[in-house]
Ligand binder design. Structure first.
Ligand code: C5P
Length: 218
């Protein structure tokens, strides 16, 4: 029906940060709150989609009516996303750590009075790029995010091409209060060009994005 345009569709949403262990008690993380991704999962469910939310460690509740898979690292997030396929649409809103510690220590690293340890980093898999790669399991619609502090439209367009996703939701995180905040001001890039949305609450951004996804599948 018109009110539930996504019924019968499966959506995968990634949300939140990742934690990449340094040793059993320390990790590398980022400031992502998960608010935008969780709101998108809830908005897609409200339009009738079956939603699998793959979330890194966040301080907010699992959305009602959404199957939430909790992960810690980028590698675990990728595995959970792959396990949830096939899907009609994937929205990658997680702030996936770009790097992990190549060989996390099995025991707590000790200060021994010598030189501080040097962390050797390894690149994490790019979940959005993997989902976007052509193949039988590619979702029909793959949506990525781009957080930039300058040259928003230009960098986001380059990112869309590089990752191979269909749409990019680009936001300027240069100002204060966007990452972790309640509001978002985004530019939506698709084949149809760039659409600038006004500054809205993350819930409103999620609602507009879900509506647009609903229309895509109508
Ligand atoms: O490359 P960058 O992190 O700027 O790209 C952001 C987009 O890519 C977001 O949609 C994010 O969820 C996704 N991403 C990902 N896996 C990574 C890095 C980013 O899915 N390892």
């Amino acid at each position: 029906g018109v009110a539930r345009p996504l019924s019968g569709r499966h959506a995968i949403v990634t949300s939140g940060p990742t934690h990449e262990p340094i040793d059993p008690v320390r990790y590398i993380a980022n400031r992502s709150s998960g608010k935008q991704g969780h709101a998108i999962a809830a908005a897609l469910a409200a339009l009738g989609a079956r939603v699998t939310l793959v979330s890194g460690p966040v301080g907010i509740a699992d959305p009602a009516g959404v199957q939430t898979v909790h992960v810690e690292t980028a590698a675990q997030m990728l595995a959970a996303v792959e396990a949830a396929l096939p899907a009609d649409v994937a929205v990658c809103a997680a702030a996936v750590g770009d790097w992990r510690v190549a060989a996390a220590a099995g025991q707590k690293m000790k200060k021994d009075g010598g030189a501080p340890p040097a962390l050797q980093l390894a690149e994490n898999p790019d979940i959005l790029a993997r989902l976007s790669a052509p193949g039988p399991l590619r979702p029909r619609l793959v949506v990525g995010f781009a957080a930039e502090t300058e040259h928003l439209a230009e960098y986001a367009a380059a990112k869309r091409a590089r990752k191979g996703c269909d749409w990019i939701v680009a936001n300027n995180v240069g100002g204060t209060g966007i990452m972790g905040g309640e509001e978002n001001e985004v530019l939506l890039l698709s084949d149809e060009g760039a659409q600038a949305w006004p500054k809205l609450s993350k819930r409103e951004v999620a609602g507009l994005l879900a509506d647009k996804i609903g229309k895509f599948f109508a």
